[in-house]
Design a binder for this molecule. Structure first.
Ligand code: DP6
Length: 321
């Protein structure tokens, strides 16, 4: 039995940053994302006659240390769904030349989809979102296309993503500006845990997310692009304020990150549509319109000589090939 699933990555406009339950990856707050079309993961799963799983990434077999997270995940799924089978997992990440996206969202969504198909679990998309969340929180949202909200919930059964608009007719394009490809020193898992435990502002974050979520959902319904951009940028900066206010403090920003944030503001002063959002790494994703995209890209490339830019449009939900 062999099946292949394809899942696309997503960018959070309202970020998930903090777990109230580590075992089940239950977040403190809802979050909201846009699925993208340029970066995806294909995961092929085969049931094998063995008592060990074999995992390859981009055609290279990984050792147990590199695989730890995937092997733990497969153990969790075997327990949850009471089966004993082991798998060969062949994962290929399709990343346009250095897109600077984390692969856990598309990776665990594709793996969950491939398990569902291979083991014929017949999960609906809500159950699939739960299964993906067990691997990585942000993966819960990659089951769907377009705008997606992950409902925090308070148990494994009640924490899942749901689509807001899977094929939005909205003029938004994302420009990813890649300044550093080195793997990050503090994983998002550890970064959010430190923020929850030590930032005095964490309770304010929970309150802020609740109000920004309501506002951005209204802005999405009205296709108010400026409002969407403003809220997304403010939410991202507030998330990064939690890292700076943690004890000991830390940051994902590199010097170029700050420079790009300034450039985005300069662009707006020139009347060009551009808003920044940043995940747990130094790269900046700029929210543009079709009209502003070229101007933003040209200006960035003029101002900074050593960056790559990658364009992504709105992507779709999980697929089987
Ligand atoms: C900044 O989903 O990678 O990208 O659940 O521990 O695997 P784990 O964390 P992960 O965190 C993503 C953090 C973020 C914001 C977001 O995608 O919402």
């Amino acid at each position: 039995m062999t099946r292949t699933a394809r899942a696309f990555t997503n960018i959070a406009l309202i970020k998930y940053w903090g777990k109230k339950n580590k075992q089940w990856k239950l977040p403190y707050t809802n979050s909201l994302s846009l699925t993208l079309d340029r970066f995806y993961t294909d995961t092929k799963l085969t049931i094998i006659d063995s008592d060990k799983d074999i995992v390859s990434l981009n055609h290279k077999i990984l050792n147990d240390q590199e695989n730890k997270r995937i092997l733990n995940y497969l153990d969790t799924v075997r327990k949850l769904y009471s089966f004993e089978d082991h798998f060969q997992v062949d994962t290929v990440n399709h990343v346009p030349t250095s897109a600077g996206f984390a692969s856990s969202a598309s990776g665990f969504a594709a793996l969950a989809g491939a398990i569902n198909e291979t083991k014929q679990l017949n999960l609906n998309r809500q159950e699939l979102s739960i299964l993906a969340r067990n691997g990585s929180g942000s993966a819960s949202r990659s089951i769907y296309g377009g705008f997606v909200e992950w409902i925090a919930g308070d148990s494994n059964e009640t924490s899942f993503a749901k689509p807001i608009d899977e094929t939005p007719k909205i003029d938004l394009v994302l420009l990813s500006v890649v300044i550093n490809q080195q793997s990050k020193k503090i994983s998002s898992t550890n970064g959010m845990e430190n923020s929850v435990k030590t930032s005095p502002f964490y309770p304010n974050w929970v309150t802020l997310v609740a109000s920004e979520l309501q506002e951005i959902k209204q802005a999405i319904a009205k296709k108010d692009l400026q409002k969407i951009g403003e809220i997304a940028e403010h939410n991202a900066m507030s998330m990064h304020a939690l890292t700076l206010s943690a004890n000991p403090s830390f940051t994902y920003f590199a010097p170029e990150t700050i420079r790009i944030i300034q450039i985005v503001k300069e662009l707006r002063q020139k009347g060009i549509f551009a808003y920044a959002t940043i995940d747990a790494g130094p790269n900046v994703k700029i929210i543009c319109t079709k009209e502003s995209l070229e101007k933003v890209q040209t200006y960035i490339e003029q101002q900074l000589s050593n960056v790559n830019t990658v364009i992504a449009n709105i992507g779709s939900g999980i697929q089987y090939i």
